[in-house]
Design a protein around this ligand. Structure first.
Ligand SMILES: [Zn+2]
Length: 113
C-alpha cells in the first residue's frame, strides 16, 4: 500500500484506523474496488457517514478513489445501478456485505474478478 492511501483511509475511518482490519477487508475483494474492479485505494461507507453510517466492517467497503469521489453521499445501490460498469453480481455482493455476510460477498466477487 502507498503511504498516501494509508493517510486517506485514516481520514475516512478515523476510529478504526487499524491496519489489519483494513487488510482483512481488502483481502475479501482481492484488493479491488467493490464497484468497478479497479485497484482499491480507499474505504467507502455503504451507508454514508453524513447520514449516520458507522465505520464498521459491514458498512465499509474497499473501493477506488474515483468511485469513492463520485458516489459521495448517494444511496449506494441506486448510485451503483446508474454506473456504466454496473454488474448485477456486484450489486448482490454489495448487498451481502451490507448484511454482514462477508463470506457470500467474497465468493460472489471471486467469480467476477
Ligand atoms: Zn471503483
Amino acid at each position: 500500500m502507498h503511504k498516501q492511501d494509508a493517510i486517506h483511509l485514516d481520514q475516512l475511518c478515523p476510529k478504526i484506523s487499524n491496519k489489519s482490519w483494513r487488510h482483512s477487508l481488502y483481502k475479501l475483494t482481492e484488493y479491488k474496488c467493490i464497484y468497478c474492479g479497479k485497484p482499491s485505494e480507499s474505504l467507502d461507507h455503504l451507508h454514508p457517514k453524513s447520514k449516520g453510517g458507522k465505520s464498521n466492517t459491514s458498512n465499509c467497503v474497499p473501493c477506488c478513489l474515483v468511485c469513492n469521489g463520485k458516489k459521495s453521499d448517494s444511496e449506494v445501490l441506486s448510485w451503483y445501478r446508474k454506473q456504466n460498469f454496473y454488474d448485477p453480481r456486484r450489486s448482490m455482493a454489495i448487498r451481502a456485505w451490507y448484511n454482514n455476510d462477508l463470506r457470500l460477498a467474497s465468493v460472489l466477487l471471486k467469480y467476477i474478478n
